[in-house]
Design a protein around this ligand. Structure first.
Ligand SMILES: *Cc1c(COP(=O)(O)O)cnc(C)c1O
Ligand SMILES: [Zn+2]
Length: 440
């Protein structure tokens, strides 16, 4: 049964609140850090929201609006949950719309992973091909509400592609800082195509990150890295959609790739809030999966977080090639809230898992496959039981990084298990027939 929608902006008061010292600031102040130096959360008055929000309210919005025109409040999988994300009025919302991504299940893939049922939430089917759209619709909407003169981010690729698109939609100039030569072709193409000013920094991601923060502070540009708490609010809609997709009966596990840890942070906050609001009784455990060559969070986890590790990051999975993750503290909180854990997988495991995901017709970019490789490893280790319900997050689209895919299939990985190289054939029917007969 659908319930009437409460009028926007009357239902929630939000503020920015420090993770460490609890100091709060008005939500319309441009600020990314507390005076004490710690990061900020968007804080919702859960007590006030509890009586207004229900499963029925969100389920009633699922059908979408009739007619040709897309309305974010009915067609977006992010703004469906607006009261606990950002209570903006509809005319300010910058939306494609995003979200409402499918949950795939494929027996051959589940079997390879060792699970009775592995579900894959395909965030690569968002408008610009990654989950970053869910954060960016909220971040750029907030930029508009604040009257920002420009928006900026440092990025391993997908954040810049998404920022460029949403800034273009909102008619706000976008500045993008990317590490020179370390960005997948599909992502660079998007940033340029969507009209962003693109600065190729002669350094790595962490250098680009430092510079963009300095520029934003000095030049009055609104920063839309995952340091920005509004982006994380939008990304909360991924686990919310999963809970809703499972009829508000939580799966046992959510397994996701972890780089800058924004998603890990957002997932924990969403699940905590959903439980506090009484939308679910039980929440899934989070398993965050890093690439072995870019695993500072995993290294710290193994030390019980006694020490914050950083490293020079290297991995084929460029979207998680991050040596000093921004949302470190918030991600630790996620592990506490969800009884979560962290693991790491090798690049070979990532590429073989990707080939499996691709090979069943679903497809994803390398970083996404870390989730599948991680689920497989955790089942083999007996941490996840085969009968448990597992949702893996495919964070990005296959077409983002065509180079990595072609290299895998054409011999760049000597131990590749599932390489499918193209065959050179003479332009003669007999030769073609011979190849086909061998294959069928
Ligand atoms: C951004 C991104 C990640 C990493 O997410 P974090 O929130 O930085 O941990 C993983 N996969 C893809 C495809 C991404 O774009
Ligand atoms: Zn503080």
């Amino acid at each position: 049964m659908s319930q009437p929608n409460p009028p926007l902006e009357s239902v929630s008061t939000i503020s920015l609140r420090c993770l460490r010292c609890q100091k709060s600031y008005p939500a319309d102040e441009v600020r990314y850090l507390c005076d004490c130096g710690s990061q900020l959360d968007v804080w919702h008055d859960l007590e006030a929201l509890r009586p207004l929000l229900s499963r029925g309210l969100f389920d009633g919005r699922l059908s979408g609006a009739p007619g040709p025109r897309v309305t974010p409040t009915t067609n977006s999988g992010v703004w469906r949950y607006r009261e606990i994300i950002l209570p903006a009025t509809v005319e300010h919302i910058v939306s494609r719309p995003e979200g409402n991504t499918p949950l795939y299940e494929h027996p051959r893939l589940s079997n390879w992973v060792g699970a009775d049922a592995l579900f894959l939430k395909h965030e690569g089917e968002n408008p610009t091909g990654s989950f970053k759209d869910r954060g960016m619709t909220v971040g750029v909407t907030q930029a508009k509400l604040l009257g920002a003169r420009a928006v900026a981010c440092a990025s391993t690729g997908n954040t810049s592609a998404s920022l460029a698109a949403y800034a273009a939609l909102a008619n706000i100039p976008a500045l993008i800082f990317i590490p020179a030569g370390k960005i997948a072709t599909g992502k660079l193409a998007q940033a340029l195509a969507y009209g962003a000013s693109t600065l190729q920094i002669q350094g790595d991601f962490d250098d680009a990150m430092t510079l963009v923060q300095q520029v934003c502070n000095e030049m009055g540009v609104y920063l839309l890295n995952s340091l920005n708490p509004f982006r994380l609010e939008g990304q909360k809609s991924i686990p919310l959609e999963i809970l809703q997709g499972f009829g508000w009966q939580a799966p046992d596990w959510i397994v996701l790739p972890a780089g800058n840890l924004g998603n890990t942070a957002a997932f924990g906050k969403a699940l905590y809030e959903a439980q506090q609001l009484g939308l679910v009784d039980k929440i899934p455990r989070i398993a965050a999966v890093q690439a072995a060559g870019s695993s500072p969070f995993y290294q710290s986890y193994r030390l019980n977080f006694a020490e914050r590790k950083t490293m020079k990051a290297e991995t084929i999975a460029t979207a998680i090639r991050i040596g000093n993750p921004v949302s470190y503290e918030r991600a630790i909180r996620t592990l506490e809230w969800t009884n979560g854990l962290v693991t790491a997988v090798t690049d070979e495991e990532i590429m073989d898992a990707k080939a499996m995901v691709d090979g069943v017709g679903i497809g994803c970019e390398p970083a996404s496959a870390a989730a599948v490789a991680g689920a497989r490893q955790l089942i083999a280790a007996g941490v996840i039981q085969p009968h448990e319900t597992i949702v893996g997050i495919l964070t990005g689209n296959l077409l983002k990084d065509p180079g990595a895919t072609v290299d895998y299939h054409t011999g760049a990985w000597p131990n590749a298990q599932f390489a499918n190289p193209p065959v050179q054939v003479a332009a003669e029917l007999a030769a073609v027939r011979k190849v086909i007969e061998q294959r069928l």
